[in-house]
Design a protein around this ligand. Structure first.
Ligand code: FES
Length: 109
């Protein structure tokens, strides 16, 4: 698995989510209780930015700002519609104060 460095850990306070451009598209990173979750930033319903939505750090879900679809940030699965398709998810890790994510979505090589 290949990782790329995309941001300093300090850029994403705990309980928040930010999106970054990567070679595999725009990826949102959620920081929840010392864990990092990386997923496609584009809602699978109509493409709104999930980083503009609401992160629930207790349930580890994000709510789309446009039509309130809710996704599990760990699996990418929609838990509430209208979105029906899952988000791509990536492996994220912290290395010496930096956030790194895989260049390919999990399960694709
Ligand atoms: S674009 Fe996200 S719910 Fe419609």
């Amino acid at each position: 698995m290949e990782f790329i460095r995309i941001a300093a850990l300090a850029e994403i306070p705990e309980g928040e989510v930010r999106a970054y451009d990567t070679p595999s598209g725009r990826v949102a990173i959620a920081h929840i209780e010392h864990r990092l979750f990386a997923f496609g930033d584009e809602c699978t319903h109509s493409g709104c930015s999930l980083a503009e939505g609401k992160l629930d750090d207790r349930k580890a879900t994000v709510e789309c700002p446009c039509h309130a679809s809710v996704f599990d940030v760990e699996t990418g699965e929609p838990v509430e519609g209208p979105a029906a398709d899952p988000l791509p998810v990536f492996v994220a890790r912290e290395e010496g104060g930096w956030i790194e994510v895989t260049t390919e979505p999990a399960g694709e090589g």
